[in-house]
Design a protein around this ligand. Structure first.
Ligand SMILES: [Zn+2]
Length: 181
């Protein structure tokens, strides 16, 4: 990507540091900067005081469709696409800015819990760019929600308008954003 060659090392370290502070996994840092793996590992330890997790990355698109993650993913993706469209920002800068705004939104809600990690947000952007996922409007509230692209959505109703039974019958977003069970 062009952005890697254009950005100076100081900017790359800044991007990596921002992503590490947000909790990004090492693979995200490697993809979004041209800093060496050794450099990134050192930086990670400096920022977090520990080595990055070596567990499996969350590759599945299905997670974004499940009820509570879908509400959070849709909120993030709405912000991301707005930024790309209207603020002339793209790439990793759009990811970082959109994720900050997502955190602000969730933390501004009483009892709001951050459900979407920065690594999942990064994957979500990739899935959109690959044409695997899209935003479709809910026919009841007209909000835009994340769905798979290979499904029919002409009568789509979102998880806020029709929450699953276990989520209770309230339409309050405050309640919906609280942990379930
Ligand atoms: Zn709806």
């Amino acid at each position: 990507m062009a952005i890697k060659t254009v950005l100076g090392e100081t900017q790359q370290v800044k991007i990596a540091t921002d992503l590490i502070e947000m909790g990004a996994r090492l693979q995200v840092l490697q993809e979004e900067t041209s800093l060496s793996r050794e450099r990134l590992l050192k930086l990670y330890k400096e920022v977090k005081g520990e080595s990055p997790s070596k567990g499996m990355l969350p590759y599945s698109t299905d997670w974004f469709i499940s009820w509570q993650p879908n509400i959070h993913s849709s909120l993030f993706m709405g912000i991301y696409q707005f930024l790309v469209k209207n603020a002339g920002t793209d790439g990793v800068h759009a990811l970082i800015t959109a994720y900050r705004l997502y955190l602000d939104q969730v933390q501004g809600i009483e009892g709001g819990e951050v459900v979407l990690s920065i690594t999942r947000a990064w994957f979500l952007v990739r899935f959109f760019k690959a044409g695997m996922m899209q935003l479709v409007p809910c026919r009841e509230c007209t909000g835009q929600f994340v769905t798979h692209t290979n499904e029919l959505h002409s009568h789509y109703v979102c998880g806020i308008c029709h929450p699953p039974a276990r989520a209770g019958k309230t339409n309050s977003k405050t309640k919906l954003l609280q942990p379930v069970g």
